[in-house]
Ligand binder design. Sequence first.
Ligand code: ACO
Length: 430
Amino acid sequence: MSTPSFSLVNNANGEKIDLPAVGGTLGPVGLDVGKVYDKAGVFTYDPGFSSTCSTKSAITYIDGDAGVLLYRGYPVAQLAEHCSFIEVAYLILNGELPNAAELEAFDQSIRKHTMINESLKGFFSGFRYDAHPMAMLTGVVGSLSAFYHDTTNNKDPRHREIFAHRMIAKIPTIAAAAYKRHVGQPFMYPQNHLDYCSNLLHMMFAVPAEPYHVNPVAAKALDILFILHADHEQNASTSTVRMAGSTGTNPYAAIAAGIAALWGPSHGGANEAVLNMLDEIGDVKHVQGFMDKVKDKQSGVRLMGFGHRVYKNFDPRATIIREQCHKVLKALNVNDPQLELAMKLEEIALNDDYFKARKLYPNVDFYSGIIYKALGIPVNMFTPMFAIARTVGWVAHWAEMISDPAMRIARPRQVYTGAPERSVSPLAQR
Ligand code: ACO
């Protein structure tokens, strides 16, 4: 197929500006509009970035219409079936699946970095007992920049690697410490003989007073959820990490910015919002009334866990999670009426013209909360769980950007709508 060619024509003087096509391996080409301002004195305008590529990237590919999600070329469903989260983390960071020796070395390095500086632990007691764990996560991850400043040469690949391993290893410890602060229990040190997800469950649910045995069903379910959440190309939080990172800031600070962006209910906060919504609906008999409210634009109510900026067909992650949800509840012998409620909502929505016309399908968060709940994870820890998994993507995107010699500070422009230039009158004359 020939490369498409585009140009802009200035209707006032007939001047033509060529927009070179920037091609990748899959998906639509991007049009290079970088010279439009220089040549025509106009900006391009795309609030919400629906048609705008902020970068080239070799990490993740999404075809939202076909429901395709690939990490480094591999379909996410195959990765969830055949690989562990740590294996997928290696893939996302390094571009290739590891062989046995590479996996062993990577896994050992992550296990070695799970502890946090003792004085960092003290930060948690500075938060009120009812602080949201995402608030603690944002603050404490940002403060890692004050502890690990031995590897801040962003241009040194070894420094970037140490940062990546530290960040991926410490984020479960920090999330578990936030949970322990919230429930008023003592901090549990990581147990490095445990795998990544078992260690997290241990740090969250063990107490020093008695032995704790990790349920392998719970650890496996978490591992699959983490694989599905590990990366999602230029989503809001990843774009935030890239934008912050483009200034050359400390990488831990850039990750903290991503965590802050993830917290919102339109993004990672949706899993928490889904469970709150199911609580509010309460019973299957209220479902129809709730759906009427969702369709009434005046109400401002949305069906949380439905719709996606990119997936206008189905979210491939949601299909896997739906299946997992049923499996996990059965294996753990959990009979959750909220699952019945969620299925009723899904059934109504999938057959309703409002949702069909707008191509609104369940997203990854519609079912993930029900699994987390079955694992005993409280609602306000759902988004921190997402943050743990997405840390892999954030770190990989930051490293990809920083190692690109063509990297420039991200600095969008605007269409100014404020007052035209005017003169200041002294206070006495106003
Ligand atoms: N419930 C009801 N209506 C919806 C929903 C929803 N969940 N999502 C979109 N719509 C409607 C909008 O009202 C709009 O209708 P209109 O054309 O009549 O005005 C239309 O569908 C398009 O919606 P937009 O807001 O323009 O879609 P956008 O791509 O900007 O938003 C988003 C995507 C934020 C995910 C949205 O679908 C939403 O708010 N969903 C609920 C929150 C959620 O589940 N977020 C998780 C996303 S996945 C993730 O981050 C892991």
